[in-house]
Ligand binder design. Structure first.
Ligand SMILES: *[C@@H]1O[C@H](CO)[C@@H](O)[C@H](O)[C@H]1NC(C)=O
Ligand SMILES: *[C@@H]1O[C@H](CO)[C@@H](O)[C@H](O)[C@H]1NC(C)=O
Ligand SMILES: *[C@@H]1O[C@H](CO)[C@@H](O)[C@H](O)[C@H]1NC(C)=O
Ligand SMILES: *[C@@H]1O[C@H](CO)[C@@H](O)[C@H](O)[C@H]1NC(C)=O
Length: 413
């Protein structure tokens, strides 16, 4: 019984659907799908018209379902609109794929919404212009302390002689793409662009294109689209204070970057290098949201050094660059003395005593020689040997003494 009534329902449904189709209620896809490039470096305008079969059905609301392949996300994106135009962002180095369906509702369809079974599609291949292998590589933009944007690129594998690269950019606030305000030059070639104090909008796509020309023809263009708040690199921390608190604990605090960076957006990393009892340096990384930190007590006056760096946290930006490390600050502050200053004092004393001894020996020897010269002139050969011997020893000692004097003049005692 139950099976029978279910079958009847199925049949009823099928015949209802069919009647709709028989009543000419199939819906045609839109027509004249066109993709326009207004020169916004990837921000394309898509237009279409309603199917002619529906033009006279003015009493029935028409919607369009637009689907395009989002190459940035590697998936299809769909939107529904009652307009006949839509703008979307595309990577012009890849295929642009767009499909549009018609959706009809209202009295014509007895209140239900019917989607056209087929769609109109346009697939646009990337332009094949440009000498192969001349596209720039490793395009990186850094938004320094949210003050100025700098973009750099690497040389293409097949760099052509006498080629000139250009950077263009566009965002929603610009009518037309503009050229880089200040190129960065490396080894005579353009290697990047400094947007200096030019204000660029946050939280909106900015499109970049690096193209160029050479005697052998145009270079292959590179297109990049990004939002600058995801490319922030905070300033290096300058002011770092480290002091020994009660209980021999190290108290550290520092000052954040001045400028447009919101302070509660920053997260910090502290590197603590501590000399252990065995003289080995133990390194420790600590993550923190505060700008102060208490570090464990120091081993009997062993040296501790800290440095910090920062980046934007995940609530403020999708990603961020780490700042450079600050200069390290140490406790105790004094740097280890250079090695020659560490020679124990008793070594100096010993050297001095020996020097005095040998000098007086020399003086004695010289006196003796003089006396023997006066007494025994004939003993010439012996005299020469003896004099030579004493000059050699005493001269050497004199040199050594000079050296010693020189050292103790340099060394602050
Ligand atoms: C729509 O209506 C106009 C005038 O009412 C007629 O000329 C035209 O052929 C119609 N178009 C279609 C597709 O039925
Ligand atoms: C619309 O539906 C009603 C009942 O639901 C039915 O009586 C009528 O025939 C239908 N009209 C069309 C055009 O399908
Ligand atoms: C880029 O411009 C900023 C702001 O004018 C300046 O501080 C910075 O030094 C420039 N960078 C380079 C690499 O010239
Ligand atoms: C580079 O791109 C800009 C902006 O689209 C364009 O005006 C310019 O003609 C292009 N230059 C070359 C050499 O292709």
């Amino acid at each position: 019984m139950a099976t029978k009534s279910w079958l009847t329902l199925m049949l009823l449904l099928m015949s209802w659907r069919e009647s709709m189709h028989c009543n000419g209620l199939t819906v045609d896809p839109p027509e004249d799908l066109v993709i326009l490039d207004p020169g916004h470096l990837g921000h394309l305008e898509i237009t279409w018209s309603p199917p002619t079969s529906l033009i006279n059905m003015t009493e029935c609301p028409k919607l369009y379902q637009l689907e395009y392949f989002n190459t940035y996300m590697d998936s299809w994106t769909a939107i529904r609109t009652d307009r006949r135009t839509h703008s979307a962002q595309f990577d012009l180095m890849k295929d642009v794929r767009v499909r549009v369906y018609t959706l009809l509702s209202g009295p014509c369809t007895n209140g239900t919404m019917i989607k056209s079974t087929s769609y109109i599609e346009v697939v646009q291949k990337p332009p094949s212009t440009g000498v192969v292998g001349t596209a720039v590589q490793d395009f990186v933009c850094v938004y320094h302390n949210m003050k100025y944007l700098e973009c750099n690129w690497g040389r293409s594998p097949k760099m052509l002689a006498n080629s000139q690269q250009n950077l263009y950019f566009w965002h929603n606030g610009l009518k037309q793409a503009e050229e880089c305000p200040k190129y960065l030059i490396l080894n005579g070639a353009r290697s990047g662009c400094n947007f200096t104090e030019k204000s660029l909008p946050k939280f909106t796509d900015i499109n970049f294109c690096v193209n160029g020309s050479s005697p052998e023809g145009p270079l292959k263009p590179t297109f990049i689209s990004l939002q600058i708040q995801n490319h922030v690199k905070p300033e290096t921390t300058e002011k770092l204070h480290l002091q020994t608190g009660p209980d021999m604990q190290l108290e550290l605090h520092w000052e954040g970057p001045v400028g447009s960076l919101p302070g509660d957006c920053l997260e910090w990393e502290v590197e603590h290098n501590q000399e252990g009892p065995d003289g080995k340096i133990a390194s420790q990384l600590i993550s923190t949201k505060q700008m102060s930190l208490t570090l464990p007590s120091i081993h009997d006056n062993k040296r501790s050094c800290v440095r910090v760096r920062s980046r934007l946290n995940k609530y403020c930006a999708d990603k961020s660059f780490w700042s450079e490390w600050s200069r390290p600050t140490c406790q105790p502050e004094m740097a280890l003395k250079p090695e020659w200053d560490m020679v124990p004092v008793y070594v100096y004393i010993a050297v001095a005593i020996i020097a005095i001894l040998v000098l007086s020996l020399c003086a004695g020897a010289v006196l003796k020689v003089r006396r023997s010269r006066q007494l025994k002139k004939p003993d010439y050969a012996r005299h020469i040997v003896f004099q030579k011997f004493s000059t050699y020893i005493c001269g050497g000692l004199k040199r050594q003494e000079n050296l010693h004097l020189h050292r103790s003049q340099i060394a602050p005692v």
